[in-house]
Design a protein around this ligand. Structure first.
Ligand SMILES: [Zn+2]
Length: 278
C-alpha cells in the first residue's frame, strides 16, 4: 500500500498560508493526537487564521507501529534522499511546517500528566508553551539529539496511550494552542503557569534483569542516597539528587527515563537560564 512515495498528510483549515501547525502520529502507535485533532475539527471552529493539521507518519499509523524503519523523533531534520522512510518523512515534515509554530502530540506510558518537550533556543516556542494548560515544560536539548523539538516544535506527551483522559487532554491542549497562535477566538479558561526543567542524563537500566521496579515519581525530587529503583530485588541508589523525568518501568528497553533538574518556575526564569536574558 505504501511504496517509496510516502509523505505526511496535511489539511489546511482557514484561508491563506498557514503559519501554525498541529501534528499527530510522528509515532504510528500513538493515535491519540489524530483522534484529538478530529474532535477539534468535527465540527471545525471558525478559523481567523489558517492552520495546517498533519498526520506525520501515515504508513506507521496504518500499521499501528511506532515506526517502520527508524524512530522518526530521532532523525530530524531528516533527509529527503534517505533509504529509511522516517528520514524522508522527517525532511518532508520540516518542509511542510517551515515557518510554522508547531504543536506535536505524543503519548507515554510514564505519566498521565501532560509534559511539553522543547529545545531551549527557540524563543517563540517558549512563549507559546508557557500559555498551554500543562504543568511541566522540559528542555530536552542536553540529552536527545534530532527530536522534532530540535526544529522548534513543541512536543507534548499528553498522557497514556489511547486513554480517554489523554484524548481529552490533547483536545484541550490543541484548542489552547489554536487560541495562543490567534487561529481561533474562543474564551480561554484560566491556566496555571508551568514549571521548567532541564534533562541532564538518561537513567540506565542495569542490563539483563527480568523485573524492574521504580520507587520514585516523575518530577518529584530524589535526594542523594535515596533508593530510586529495584532490578530483580537489587536496590539502585542515587549518587546525587535529581528530578526523574518521564521515568517508567516499561516505556524504554534500556533506560528508565531521564534525570534532570528544575530550572525555573516562570517563563522569565526559563528565559534567563536558557537564553541568557535578564
Ligand atoms: Zn511518541
Amino acid at each position: 500500500m505504501f511504496g517509496g512515495d510516502v509523505s505526511p498528510e496535511s489539511t489546511v483549515f482557514g484561508s491563506g498560508d498557514p503559519d501554525s501547525a498541529v501534528v499527530g502520529s510522528v509515532h504510528g502507535d500513538e493515535p491519540t493526537g489524530v483522534r484529538a485533532i478530529h474532535r477539534v475539527l468535527e465540527p471545525p471552529p471558525t478559523f481567523d487564521r489558517p492552520v495546517k493539521f498533519v498526520v506525520a507518519n501515515p504508513p506507521a499509523a496504518v500499521a499501528h507501529r511506532r515506526y517502520l524503519d527508524v524512530d522518526m523523533n530521532r532523525v530530524f531534520p531528516g533527509d529527503a534522499d534517505a533509504d529509511e522512510r522516517e528520514r524522508r518523512l522527517a525532511a518532508q515534515l520540516v518542509a511542510e511546517t517551515d515557518d510554522c509554530t508547531v504543536l506535536s502530540i505524543h503519548t507515554t506510558r510514564a505519566t498521565s500528566d501532560p509534559v511539553a518537550f522543547v529545545t531551549s533556543e527557540h524563543r517563540r516556542t517558549l512563549e507559546v508553551v508557557s500559555q498551554l494548560p500543562l504543568d511541566y515544560v522540559v528542555n530536552e536539548r542536553p540529552t536527545v539529539d534530532s527530536a522534532f523539538s530540535s526544529t522548534g516544535a513543541v512536543s507534548v506527551e499528553v498522557g497514556k496511550p489511547e486513554r480517554d483522559d489523554a484524548i481529552a487532554k490533547a483536545e484541550e491542549i490543541i484548542r489552547a494552542f489554536l487560541r495562543v497562535v490567534g487561529a481561533v477566538d474562543e474564551p480561554s479558561p484560566p491556566t496555571s503557569s508551568p514549571a521548567y526543567f532541564t534533562t541532564d542524563d538518561t537513567i540506565e537500566k542495569p542490563g539483563s534483569h527480568d523485573s524492574y521496579e521504580l520507587l520514585v515519581e516523575n518530577f518529584e525530587r530524589v535526594e542523594a542516597g535515596t533508593a530510586y529503583a529495584k532490578a530483580d530485588g537489587e536496590t539502585l541508589v542515587a549518587d546525587e539528587s535529581f528530578v526523574p523525568i518521564l521515568v517508567s518501568e516499561t516505556g524504554y528497553d534500556d533506560i528508565f527515563g531521564y534525570r534532570g533538574h528544575r530550572t525555573a518556575d516562570s517563563l522569565d526564569g526559563a528565559r534567563d537560564a536558557w537564553l541568557g536574558d535578564g
